[in-house]
Ligand binder design. Sequence first.
Ligand code: AMP
Length: 408
Amino acid sequence: MDNSSGDHQINNFKDFGFDKSVMEGLDSIGFEIPTPIQKQIIPHIMQGCDVIGCAQTGTGKTAAYLLPVLHRIINHPVKGVNTIIISPTRELAIQIAQALEGLSYFVNLSSMAVYGGTDGMEWEQQKRALSQGVDIVVATPGKLISFLNMDIIPVSQLQHLVLDEADRMLDMGFVDDIMKIISYLPENRSTFLFSATMPSRIRELSRKILKNPVEVNIAVSKPAAGILQAAYLTHDSQKLQLLAKLIRDRDLPSILIFASTKSKVKTITRELLSAGFQVADIHSDLEQTEREKVLLRFRTRNLQILIATDVLSRGIDIENISLVVNYDVPHDAEDYVHRVGRTARAEQSGIAITFVNETDMFRFSKIEKLIENEIIKLMPPPEMGPGPEYNPKSSGPVHFHKRNVRKK
Ligand code: AMP
């Protein structure tokens, strides 16, 4: 069922009828006006309907489910775990847990984030806390299954299941894990599924696990308005020099660079460091604690430039990035939207620049088609010599890579 009329008469957070403690959380965080997805989805979740939310990060989808879930928990407390939120990555789980902490600051409830990469002592602590029952569990699938297999989480009265970034979970091979998790949960619950894209596999999953869902679509596959997008036509040999020039000329406070492979990330980092820039990288070779430390430095503006593989391209909420650079054209067109979505969050403006070499031109034209927008093509400055001529037809056909299944 499609429903996009759920937002009539909703102009303000107080129109939802949230509990006072939820309103206090909103006040302290400073959210004043609901975003479009919040206007459309919140009334349905308040009523306990199953919901499919088709929305990318940056639209306010996290608060769209957290706020009504908090309200419902206050009004229908249960014994044991009330809500499980499943996230494909640790980074997104941490980010959801942080949003939850802020929004629920004045609400009397307990929550716990459960994700991989924790040590034995933490595992024991989590086990103890979970067995006593917390209201909200935010978890990655693998870790959650281990606890469910041990039969220590009291889920028999569970009210809500949230699947965040469901498309990402399927891409990462978590479908069996999700079905296994669901086999532990009571049928009489509300399920909310969020996904940036709606491929047929997501529809199939929804048919299996949701009941008469209301579907809300928010501008899928289009970067938020306010992002200035441009492409440089470059040979690979020109990319490093061009990147250094872009950074030097603009002197922006917060720059995020994505490259296709770990080894490229390391090379770019090395080169920029030796050119005197303040830069760090983040990829799957790093331990969880190191990743968090780097992210924190970047978030708090103690690090100007962060270089990442696509680990960061979805789900992570770092605000106010002034410039995103795709050092390579993303393999997956939807990833472009997600990467560019790191900038211009919540209606601020940002710049997104993509380097396009001769073999990536066809793939880039696919992205333009997807976002229904022709992106301006620029040549490198004359002192670097000419870039390749733009000819998207000659570089195809493209073999789109299956997105990498990330090592856990
Ligand atoms: P999300 O799509 O959930 O990752 O949210 C994107 C960003 O928008 C986050 O930084 C949120 O804190 C922020 N945000 C969410 N809802 C609102 C709102 N109603 N007003 C202002 N900012 C918001």
